[in-house]
Every structure is written in structure tokens, then in C-alpha cells.
Design a binder for this molecule. Structure first.
Ligand code: PEP
Ligand code: MG
Length: 315
């Protein structure tokens, strides 16, 4: 059982051999920051800004946004806080960004595509984030959702630099970006893999549809191969590759993801304790052994069983 004992200490995330694996929080509002800190989050790996404005009819002002970001950053002095720019569209439409009816919203003008179509909204948001960063001591980074190409990564990083933000990365949640991770990472400061959408697009299975839930399995070796592609590209370039999808919250899969090259894991704060305890049981070479076992499987269920068996062998 890969579970934390009650009252386990809030050490930073690390493997048994001391390899640091920062454990970060996924948040949708500054209100969640206190609980994340209580659970020992070493920062924020994914701040879902679109959740702040789901009911807004008009684009929020720079001042209104800056107040929210400031409140978040103040909870994490000296720590990494990764703010995702608005991921509007599909399951999270925003009235001021998604104007058109689309037959396939998950494949439509969503995420960074919608922001490139409304450059003033992107510039305002980056300005608000940069302004709040200057007012606080958090190490603020920004990232773009739904990036498919190196050119999109380059355009986003350029916009972030223009706003005065020194670290700008991309989410890898479109298979194309994972397959060409080298080019994408050459254009960005870091990558963070969104396994929810990466699984949806790899398996062509709507993440909201119960009828195809069985295919929505981040253990599927096809998804793991894509994670490895990004991990390899990050390692050869000395760039961070985080994971910020729900897969990072699975204590065994978290070890596999580290074995595939993930350098940090971000998850709902409630999952931090079990993942922290699980990582502490394996060395880096064990994590790679688990990853190889999972990669060699033919589907998600067998991958999980193979990793589980490999884990028995090394513990
Ligand atoms: C993801 O797709 O894995 C992700 C972290 O982003 P969201 O769940 O907000 O789409
Ligand atoms: Mg996503």
C-alpha cells in the first residue's frame, strides 16, 4: 500500500536516494492556498486562472486580476508559482473569449488559440501577473495551455518576455507537442505535462464522457511514451518537465512519471501526502525500472500491473 502514515512529516518531495522531486499544488483560486501550504506544497505547479472568471461577461480588468494573483503569491514567499494563462473553451468556456459555436469544442479555438485571437486579453493578463509578481517574493512563472507547435510556444514566450516575465513555459497536452518536444522546449523555458488532456487526445476519448471512461487511462503506454518523449527532451536540454494532470496524484504512477523524466509533480493538495510517501520508497533507478515495465505493456491495465509487480521487486 503506497499510502502515507497519519501525521507523516511534511518533508520536501524526494526519492529514497535523495533526488529532489518538488511536490506542488494545483489550485483554482487563492482560497485554496492555505490548505496547500498545510499539506506541505512546495509551491504551485498549476494555477487555473480561468476558474476565477467563469461567470464574467467581460474580460476582467488588470487591477481585478492583479489583486487575485497578489493574494496567491503572498502565500508562497520564495517559492515557485506557475500561473497558467486562461484556458478557455471546451469544458471551460469564457463568455469574453469563446464567441462562436463550435461542432467540436475540444478541437476548437481553445486555450492559447483563443488568446492569440484576443491579444489584448493575453497582454492584460500577463501584465497583471507581472505586476503582482513585482509586489511579492514568489518566484512567478507563466505557462500556456493547449500548445500544439513550437511556433505557438515561441509566440507565447515572446509575449511573456514583453510583459517582463522571465520564465515562460508551455503545457504539453497535445500529442503533437509531445512528439516534437525538442522543438517545443527549444522555444520555451520549461514544460508541464497535462495528462488529463494528453490522455484525451492520445486515446481520442472525451474526458467528460462516461461511456469512454475506460479509454481515459493515463497508464496507457501510448500516453507514457509521450511523457517519455518530453522527459528525454527536457533532460538533454536541462529544462524542467513537470506533470500537472491528475496522473501525478496516483502514488504508483507518480513514481513511473519520475522514471520517465518528470522533475516535479503538481496535484490537488489532498494527494500530496500519499505521493510524498510513495516517492520516498524508490530510488531513481527503481523509478526507471518501473517506467520500463509500464512502457512495455500493451494497455493501461497491464501497465499498472507490471509497474506494481516491479515495485514489489525493488522495495
Ligand atoms: C490537463 O489537461 O491535464 C490539465 C492539467 O489541465 P486541465 O485539467 O485544467 O485541462
Ligand atoms: Mg488541460
Amino acid at each position: 500500500e503506497l499510502r502515507a502514515e497519519a501525521g507523516a512529516p511534511l518533508r520536501p518531495g524526494a526519492l529514497a536516494d535523495g533526488t529532489a522531486v518538488p511536490l506542488l499544488a494545483n489550485l483554482g483560486s487563492p482560497d485554496g492556498a492555505a490548505e496547500a501550504v498545510r499539506q506541505g506544497a512546495e509551491g504551485v505547479g498549476l494555477f487555473r486562472t480561468e476558474f476565477l472568471f467563469l461567470d464574467a461577461a467581460e474580460a476582467p480588468s488588470v487591477e481585478a486580476q492583479q489583486a487575485e494573483y497578489r493574494r496567491l503569491f503572498q502565500a508562497f514567499p520564495g517559492e515557485r508559482v506557475v500561473v497558467r494563462v486562461l484556458d478557455a473553451g471546451a469544458d471551460k468556456p469564457l463568455a469574453f473569449l469563446n464567441h462562436d459555436e463550435e461542432p467540436n469544442p475540444a478541437l476548437g479555438r481553445r486555450g492559447i488559440r483563443a488568446l492569440f485571437a484576443a491579444p489584448e486579453v493575453l497582454a492584460d493578463q500577463l501584465g497583471a501577473i507581472a505586476g503582482a509578481a513585482k509586489e511579492t517574493d514568489a518566484c512567478v512563472e507563466v505557462m500556456a495551455p493547449m500548445v500544439a507547435t513550437a511556433d505557438e510556444a515561441r509566440r507565447f514566450v515572446e509575449a511573456a518576455r514583453k510583459a517582463g516575465l522571465s520564465s515562460a513555459g508551455v503545457m504539453v497536452e497535445v500529442p503533437a507537442a509531445a512528439l516534437l518536444a525538442g522543438h517545443v522546449l527549444d522555444a520555451a523555458d520549461f514544460a508541464s505535462i497535462g495528462t488529463n488532456d494528453l490522455t484525451q487526445y492520445t486515446m481520442a476519448a472525451d474526458r467528460l464522457l462516461g461511456g469512454v471512461a475506460e479509454l481515459q487511462d493515463p497508464w496507457d503506454p501510448a500516453v507514457l511514451e509521450l511523457v517519455r518523449s518530453v522527459g528525454d527532451a527536457g533532460r538533454t536540454r536541462g529544462k524542467h518537465v513537470g506533470i500537472c494532470g491528475e496522473a501525478a496524484a496516483d502514488p504508483l504512477l507518480a513514481v513511473v512519471l519520475v522514471g520517465l523524466g518528470a522533475t516535479s509533480l503538481s496535484m490537488s493538495p489532498a494527494a500530496l501526502a500519499d505521493v510524498r510517501a510513495s516517492l520516498a520508497r524508490f530510488r531513481a533507478e527503481d523509478a526507471r525500472t518501473l517506467a520500463e515495465a509500464a512502457l512495455a505493456a500493451e494497455d493501461g491495465a497491464t501497465a499498472r500491473a507490471a509497474a506494481s509487480k516491479a515495485a514489489e521487486g525493488v522495495r
